[in-house]
Design a protein around this ligand. Structure first.
Ligand SMILES: *[C@@H]1O[C@H](CO)[C@@H](O)[C@H](O)[C@H]1NC(C)=O
Length: 369
C-alpha cells in the first residue's frame, strides 16, 4: 500500500536523485556510441597511413634470402604489423589507446587470416567485429536504415542523426531551405521546383514573397512585409515615403528602398527638407543662404564687414563657415598670431653675407687694377 508521510520524503528525494543520475548516464552512453565510431575510424585512418609508410620498408639493411625464407616477407610480416599498430594512436588519446589495447588481437587475426577476403578494414573491424560503427546510411545498435532510406538518408537534403555509428536516432536535421521529417518540404520563402515521393528540390522565392509557388514576384502566395499586391497580383514594393504623412522626423526626409525605407537628414537645411541636395530645403542651415531656391555657401570672407579682426589673421572660407588663420610669416603663439622671429633674423643674416661678398669682389677688382 502507498502511503505518504514525513518519513517517505528522504526516500523520494533519494529516488529522484538516482533517476537523474541514470538519465545522465544514458545520455553519456549515447554520446559515447557516436564517439566510439569516430575513434575507430581514426584508428583505421592511421592504420592505412601506417601501411603507406611501411610499403617500401624491409627488415632493415635489406631482406636477406635467409630472412625472407625464415621470417617470411616483410610485407606480410608481424614486424610490419607491429610498426603499424604502434602508430595507431596519439599517446594523449585515452579512448584510442583503450580501444587498440582491448582489440589488439583482432588486428593480428585480420593481418594474417582475413586481409585477403575482407580488404576493407573499417568494415571488418569497426562495423562487423567490434561493432562500434554501422554501414553508411544506417544508425543505432542494430544498424537500422536512416529516415529516408540508407541509400539517400533524408532524401539527400539533410543529415541523419548517428549516421554510420551505433548511436543516434536516425532522425533528419534538414539542410537550409528544407523541413519536415523527410526533408522533402520547403520552408517559408522557398518553393518546390521538383518533387516526388523520394526527391525534392527547394528553391528560394522572389524577395517580395513570404511564401510562393514559383520564382517570380507573380508567384507569391503572400507578400512579405514592405511589399503589396498590385493589379496583376504581383508583389511590388510599398513606397512608404509616398503617403501624406511622412514616417520620418520633421527635419529628415524619407528615402524609399526595396521592402523598406530610411530617414535621412540634409546638412544644408535648417531643419526641414524634402530630399538630398541643396534645392530640397525648407530653410537653409546657418552658413548657407537661399539663392533662388538653392542653399549655397555664404562666403564670409568677402563680406563688407571683416570677420577676422585680430592682427595678423586672414580669413579662409569653408563650407558653411570660415576660419581665421595666421597670415604667412606669422605663427600661432598662445592664441595670437605673431611674426616668426627666425625669418627676420635669417633675412638680415643673408643681407650681411651678400654685402661681404660684394665688398670682397670690389677689393679684388681694385687689386687687379
Ligand atoms: C523522382 O524524381 C527524381 C528526380 O527527378 C527521379 O530521379 C526519380 O526517379 C523520381 N522518382 C519517382 C518515384 O518518380
Amino acid at each position: 500500500m502507498l502511503s505518504t508521510g514525513p518519513q517517505r520524503l528522504p526516500l523520494l528525494l533519494l529516488l529522484s536523485c538516482v533517476t537523474l543520475v541514470l538519465l545522465f548516464q544514458v545520455a553519456d552512453a549515447k554520446r559515447d556510441l557516436k564517439g566510439a565510431c569516430v575513434t575507430c575510424q581514426q584508428i583505421i585512418d592511421n592504420f592505412n597511413k601506417g601501411l603507406e609508410r611501411t610499403v617500401k620498408q624491409n627488415f632493415g639493411g635489406g631482406n636477406t634470402a635467409w630472412e625472407e625464407r625464415k621470417l617470411s616477407k616483410y610485407e606480410t610480416s608481424e614486424i610490419r604489423l607491429m610498426e603499424i599498430v604502434e602508430g595507431l594512436c596519439d599517446s594523449s588519446s585515452f579512448e584510442c589507446n583503450r580501444m587498440v589495447e582491448e582489440h589488439e588481437e583482432h588486428f593480428e587475426t585480420w593481418w594474417f587470416k582475413r586481409k585477403a577476403k575482407h580488404p576493407d578494414l573499417h568494415k571488418w573491424f569497426c562495423i562487423e567485429t567490434i561493432k562500434v560503427c554501422c554501414p553508411k546510411g544506417t544508425f543505432g545498435p542494430d544498424c537500422n536504415s536512416c529516415v529516408g532510406g540508407s541509400d539517400r538518408p533524408c532524401h539527400g537534403n539533410g543529415m541523419c542523426d548517428g549516421d554510420g555509428t551505433r548511436g543516434g536516432n536516425g532522425k533528419c536535421s534538414c539542410d537550409h531551405g528544407y523541413e519536415g521529417e523527410f526533408c522533402l518540404d520547403c520552408i517559408d520563402g522557398y518553393f518546390n521546383e521538383v518533387r516526388n515521393d523520394t526527391f525534392s528540390l527547394c528553391t528560394e522565392c522572389d524577395t517580395s514573397c513570404k511564401t510562393c509557388t514559383g520564382a517570380t514576384n507573380q508567384d507569391c502566395d503572400a507578400c512579405k512585409e514592405g511589399w503589396e499586391e498590385d493589379d496583376q497580383e504581383a508583389c511590388v514594393d510599398v513606397n512608404e515615403c509616398a503617403s501624406d504623412s511622412s514616417p520620418c522626423e520633421e527635419d529628415q526626409y524619407c528615402l524609399n528602398t526595396e521592402g523598406s525605407y530610411s530617414c535621412k537628414g540634409n546638412y544644408l537645411c535648417a531643419p526641414g527638407c524634402t530630399g538630398a541636395g541643396p534645392d530640397k530645403c525648407q530653410a537653409c542651415a546657418s552658413g548657407y543662404q537661399d539663392t533662388e531656391g538653392t542653399c549655397t555657401d555664404i562666403d564670409e570672407c568677402s563680406q563688407p564687414e571683416a570677420v577676422c579682426t585680430e592682427e595678423h589673421r586672414e580669413c579662409i572660407n569653408t563650407k558653411g563657415s570660415y576660419t581665421c588663420i595666421c597670415s604667412s610669416g606669422c605663427e600661432e603663439k598662445d592664441g595670437e598670431c605673431v611674426p616668426q622671429p627666425g625669418r627676420e633674423e635669417k633675412r638680415r643674416e643673408e643681407k650681411r653675407r651678400e654685402e661681404k661678398r660684394r665688398e670682397e669682389k670690389r677689393r679684388e677688382k681694385r687689386r687687379e687694377e
